[in-house]
Design a protein around this ligand. Structure first.
Ligand SMILES: Cc1ncc(COP(=O)(O)O)c(C=O)c1O
Length: 378
C-alpha cells in the first residue's frame, strides 16, 4: 500500500498536518471502529470478558509478530515504565553491582533504573558530553566494567529520534556478562525492529506513538530462556499460570512473559492497539522506513538551509524518524503551529517534528513554510 492510500485511512489528515507521532500517532478509521466495537459489546453483553480476553491474546500475538518474537515472550503491561520496572526487578543486585544507562534516556525508564539501582553511587550515566566527544559506543565502554549487571540502551532517543548503535553497546555488556534492556518506544512502528537482530534480554515499547494506538497498554519483550533471579513482586492475578483459577493462595507463575503482568489490562487501548497494528501490518516494514527516512532527510536539508539549529545525532548514531529544532520557546512555536493545524511536540528546549508513513513531502513543505512565517513575525 502506497503512502497516499495509507494516509486516506486517517480522517484528521484531511485538514491537519500530523507531525507528532513521537508523542501520539494519528488515529485511523479502523481504530475508531475498534473503540466503537468495544462500546457496542459493553452495551450488548454487559460484561464481555470472553471477547476482551480474546482481544488481549490477539494483541499479544500481533505485537510478537511485529517484533519477531513469540507470543510467550510478550507481557502486556500498562506503561513502558511498568515494563522497565518488571525487567529490572527480575535481577537480584548485590551491593557492588552497577547499572549503566544514558543520561538522555527517557525519564520514565531512566527513573525506574535509578529507583531500582542496587545502592548509592551504583547508577552510572553515560552523558552527552562524553558521547559527543568519543561517540556513543566509547562513552558506554568507559562506564561498563565487570561490576556491571545491567545496561540500558534507548534504541531511538525521544529528544531527536536518533538511532543508537545498540548491538555494539550490547556487545560490551555481554563481554562482562551484563543483561541488556532496550527501550524501543521511539522506533517501533516506523523503524524495523526485530528482536532476533537485537542482542537484548528485555525490550520495552508502547502503543500510542508510531504503533498508532492509544495510551494505556505497553509491552515487555522478555527473551525466552532468560531466567529471573527473583520472582516479580509487582504482580497480580494476571501474572498467574491460570488467572481464571482465582486462587489467592498459590503464588505460581508461567514460564511465559505473562509472569510479568499484574491486573486487568486497559481494554479500550487493547482494542485500539490491535486495530493500529492491523493498519500497520498492511505496509512492508522496509518500505515504511524508507519513506519515513526520506522525509526526515528532506526536512533536515530544508531546515538546515533555512538556518534552523537542529539537534543532530551523535557521531556514531543515525537519524531516526523525527527532526528536532532547537528553539528559545518551543511551546510558543508549537502553539503558533497548532493554530495552523500543524501538530508537533515541544519538549524542553526543542520542538519535535516526527514522520510516519502517512506523512508526505507536502507536510514538510507546510511545516517549513509555517516556520518561516513564524521566524519572520518574531
Ligand atoms: C523512549 C520512551 N520511553 C518511554 C516513554 C514513556 O513511557 P510510559 O509513559 O509508557 O512509561 C516515552 C514517551 O512517552 C518515550 O519516548
Amino acid at each position: 500500500m502506497d503512502p497516499q492510500r495509507f494516509r486516506e485511512q486517517f480522517p484528521s489528515l484531511v485538514d491537519t498536518t500530523h507531525l507528532a507521532s513521537c508523542s501520539q500517532g494519528a488515529i485511523a478509521t479502523r481504530v475508531t471502529a475498534a473503540l466503537a466495537e468495544f462500546a457496542y459489546l459493553l452495551r450488548d453483553q454487559g460484561a464481555p470478558w470472553g471477547p476482551w480476553m480474546s482481544e488481549v491474546e490477539r494483541l499479544r500475538a500481533s505485537i510478537a509478530a511485529f517484533l519477531g518474537a513469540s507470543a510467550d515472550e510478550i507481557a502486556l503491561v500498562p506503561s513502558a515504565s511498568h515494563a522497565a520496572y518488571q525487567a529490572v526487578g527480575a535481577l537480584r543486585f548485590a551491593d557492588e553491582d552497577v547499572v549503566v544507562s544514558m543520561a538522555a534516556e527517557f525519564p520514565s525508564v531512566g527513573q525506574v533504573l535509578h529507583a531500582c539501582r542496587p545502592g548509592e553511587g551504583q547508577m552510572r550515566w553515560v552523558d552527552d558530553a562524553s558521547m559527543r566527544e568519543h561517540g556513543v559506543v566509547e562513552a558506554y565502554r568507559a562506564q561498563i566494567d565487570e561490576r556491571t549487571r545491567l545496561v540500558s540502551i534507548p534504541l531511538a532517543l525521544y529528544t531527536n529520534g536518533s538511532l543508537q548503535p545498540v548491538n555494539e553497546i550490547a556487545k560490551l555488556a555481554r563481554e562482562v556478562g551484563a543483561r541488556v534492556l532496550v527501550d524501543a518506544y521511539q522506533a517501533t512502528g516506523v523503524v524495523p525492529v526485530d528482536v532476533a537482530e537485537i542482542d537484548c534480554d528485555y525490550l520495552v515499547t508502547g502503543t500510542l506513538k508510531y504503533l498508532l494506538g492509544l495510551p494505556g497498554v505497553a509491552a515487555l519483550y522478555a527473551r525466552a530462556g532468560v531466567e529471573d533471579e527473583q520472582r516479580p513482586t509487582m504482580t497480580g492475578w494476571f501474572g498467574r499460570t491460570d488467572p481464571f483459577g482465582f486462587d489467592p493462595v498459590a503464588l505460581d507463575g508461567p514460564a511465559a512473559a505473562r509472569r510479568f503482568e499484574s491486573g486487568t489490562p486497559g481494554i479500550p487501548p487493547v482494542y485500539a492497539a490491535q486495530a493500529g497494528l492491523q493498519v500497520l501490518a498492511e505496509v512492508d516494514p522496509a518500505a515504511r522506513w524508507r519513506h519515513v527516512a526520506s522525509l526526515v532527510e528532506e526536512a533536515t536539508a530544508r531546515l538546515t538551509e533555512a538556518g534552523e539549529v537542529l539537534s543532530l545525532p551523535m557521531p556514531d548514531a543515525r537519524p531516526g524518524p523525527q527532526v528536532a529544532l532547537v528553539d528559545a520557546d518551543p511551546d510558543a512555536l508549537g502553539r503558533f503551529l497548532a493554530e495552523r493545524r500543524i501538530v508537533t511536540s515541544p519538549r524542553g528546549s526543542i520542538l519535535r517534528a516526527a514522520f510516519h508513513y502517512y506523512n508526505s513531502s507536502e507536510d514538510v513543505e507546510t511545516f517549513c513554510a509555517a516556520l518561516a512565517e513564524y521566524r519572520r513575525s518574531a
